[in-house]
Design a protein around this ligand. Structure first.
Ligand code: SF4
Length: 293
């Protein structure tokens, strides 16, 4: 039995087998120029009654639920009190609950105090998914991310201090060919200063509904990265990362040309070798027609 989701419903690939509970509809921020996910959804918070109704329904078919993902786009924008009320309902309904997760933005992490973040963590909200996208302030501005390199670093450090794990994504090819060097250098610099537990790459994929808005910010100068250019970005990233804590690294999202998995910095040599082999043998890459967001 499924809950009555308001479609489209997105969740991280790693949450596929977990209960998805829609506590907000859409994304309150909804301004990132590359993102078309919630362009047609008007943002709203579901009432506690609506949420309780969904919880009651979910409890009927999955009473032993251990992990819950709170949808939609940036559920972490709710106030600490609102989130705590929902976490209390979840803990009462699912005694075996071990982890609650949701998407977050740098701004809505920083809007909470350290004490509030710790309290959320103590109530099982222990993983957030955060789109870093890039460490380049030039690109963060062009994509209307609503964050700077420094604000992202600050938010990552706050989450880490509260023992909330962060699963972060960056977007390869985000700066096209023109900003590639700056994009990767600044992203490495950011990740070498701020701890994340998981790091995944996406490859830039522009939906028809977001393409014009995205390209307009580059004033006609955007040249899409080739597969070889993407692999060079990936190689630079992997080889130059010296993160403050071990990173579990994956490029297995469906948008990527090459799927990699390892721990950084430990597996640098193996991963860079795999990238070199793919540069020499493009047949190792996933066909473009099979990639998607
Ligand atoms: S990338 Fe995230 S924060 Fe930005 S518009 Fe999309 S869902 Fe909202």
């Amino acid at each position: 039995m499924l809950l009555d989701y308001e479609q489209p419903l997105y969740r991280p690939p790693s949450e596929a087998s977990n209960l998805i509970l829609q506590i907000t509809i859409g994304c309150r921020f909804n301004q990132c120029s590359f993102c078309a996910m919630y362009k047609h959804k008007e943002y709203r918070l579901k009432s506690l009654d609506e949420i309780q109704h969904d919880i009651n329904k979910a409890r009927q078919f999955a009473p032993a639920t251990t992990r819950i993902f709170l949808a939609d786009g940036d559920a972490f924008n709710l106030s600490s009190d609102q989130l705590l009320s929902i976490l209390e309902l979840l803990q009462a309904a699912f005694p075996a609950l071990t982890r609650v997760s949701c998407y977050a933005t740098p701004a809505n992490i920083s809007a909470k105090t350290s004490a509030q973040l710790s309290l959320l963590r103590d109530n099982k909200l222990s993983l957030i998914y955060l789109g870093i996208e890039s460490g380049s302030d030039t690109l963060l501005k062009k994509i209307s991310k609503g964050a700077s390199k420094n604000s992202i670093i600050r938010s990552l450090k706050m989450a880490d201090a509260a023992r909330i794990k962060v699963s972060a994504t960056i977007i390869l090819g985000l700066g096209g060919q023109q900003y590639s060097r700056e994009h990767i250098a600044e992203t490495i610099s950011l990740l070498n200063l701020a701890p994340v537990t998981y790091l995944s790459t996406l490859q830039l994929f522009l939906d028809e509904s977001s393409r014009t808005e995205f390209l307009n910010k580059f004033s006609g100068t955007f040249i899409e990265q080739s597969d070889a250019g993407i692999l060079h970005e990936l190689s630079a990233l992997v080889s130059q990362l010296e993160p403050p804590k071990r990173i579990i690294f994956r490029t297995n999202h469906a948008s990527n040309a090459l799927a990699l998995a390892g721990n950084l910095p430990k597996d640098k040599t193996r991963l860079t070798t795999e990238i070199s082999q793919a540069l020499d043998s493009p047949r190792l890459l996933t066909a473009r027609s099979l990639r998607s967001l």
